[in-house]
Write a protein that binds this ligand. Sequence first.
Ligand SMILES: Nc1ncnc2c1ncn2[C@@H]1O[C@H](COP(=O)(O)OP(=O)(O)OP(=O)(O)O)[C@@H](O)[C@H]1O
Ligand code: NI
Length: 440
Amino acid sequence: MTDVLPSDALPSDVLLSVRGLHVRFLLPRGRVVSAVTDVSFDVRAGECLVLVGESGCGKSVLASALLGLLPGNAQTAGSAVLGDAVLGGAGAPGRGSAGPGFPGRGSTGHVPSGHVPSGFGSPGLDLLAADERTLARRVRGRLVGLVPQSPAAHLTPVRTVRSQLEETVAELRGPRGPQAARGPWRGRAALRTAAADAAERAAFPASHLDRYPHELSGGLAQRAAVALALAGDAPLLLADEPTTGLDRDLVDLTVDELRRHVDTGPADGAGRRGMLMITHDLAAASRVADRVAVMYAGRIVEICDAADFFGARGPRHPYSRGLLDALPDRAFVPVPGLPPELSDLPPGCAFAARCGHATRACGTVPTLGAVTDGAVVPGAGRTPAPVPSPAPAVPPRAGASPGTGASAAATALPGLVACHHPHRPEHPDPEPESVEPTHA
Ligand SMILES: Nc1ncnc2c1ncn2[C@@H]1O[C@H](COP(=O)(O)OP(=O)(O)OP(=O)(O)O)[C@@H](O)[C@H]1O
Ligand code: NI
């Protein structure tokens, strides 16, 4: 077992490769919240992947898991590997990879994917297996930038916005910083200019730069958080609801700027940036997304090209269609009912109870892509078990040779639809009129 993964098994343009990610929270009296279940996706260089889904479906928990920000009662399984496109080809040793057997976070720790053998020369960095020191010193804000969902809570209360921005620029991009090669951030004036530039790009008013976080409205704190993320210039950005509390104009401006950030790439021209953006705002998503991932009750039920998702073709999963139909400029009909409790998920498709196309099979047949032979199985939330060994099977990585223990199966990821309606077994025909409700 190893947590050092071969990034050379990843396509060179993959910044982040998540496979079989599970997060569950262990609560008193044996209750278990399955917040993230068997999630797999890639973020590629130059790509903006937007994650949508109803409140409470696990989006922020997923982001927190990637940055090691989960609370102590969390238990994770799977892998989330940063590739060389993020690591900059520096290899593992300087990037904080760790050897086998290091302590996991949370009360019962982490189950690595275990699907990749050791012995590779250029390992990637598994964020789920990395220790706190690695995450704090090398990952957060440096390799992976975060726009947190509650920015006010993440800003340092005793420092002005300007000083926080300047500190970020100085620390990350100064002469001794990890991004020293990326620009001439030497000297007070350059620092001040770089910080002001980041603020301007995030539409944070220069007149407010010397204010403290408690002097900012929610919308201004949001823009300060975006400015901080832009200033950090990390190759991979996680933006969790970066436009909460903003007026429509500012929403558009902010997501356009984030998109521009991804498109332009770092100052030294090494590779391109990428972004995973979490949002409720489908209009914002449609402005920036290359692909859309739809999450429901902890699972990604569909990953779809944005052009298809928002275009005439439309998404394929009934829940995704329901999300779009709820928009004011579409049918304006909300998805009926409520999502299930994540501590009491049904055995079959978690959306079946709300789905107009559900058949009896949807209530019993495990959803496609479920991990069934590992630590965390669908429905296992009711009987928390210790993390077993061996670790759960994880879909192998695209591009890996069979000799690495991987197969080509992961290439099916882009069309992932975790739905098994008998009348649309492969969902080959996306035409809405082809969907025949077979619901009894
Ligand atoms: N520490 C914790 N202990 C137990 N359950 C938790 C904990 N943190 C989060 N959860 C649960 O995990 C689930 C997913 O929460 P998460 O914040 O990821 O939702 P979300 O999709 O980001 O929603 P929103 O759009 O409202 O931000 C929720 O049911 C939440 O109650
Ligand atoms: Ni959230």
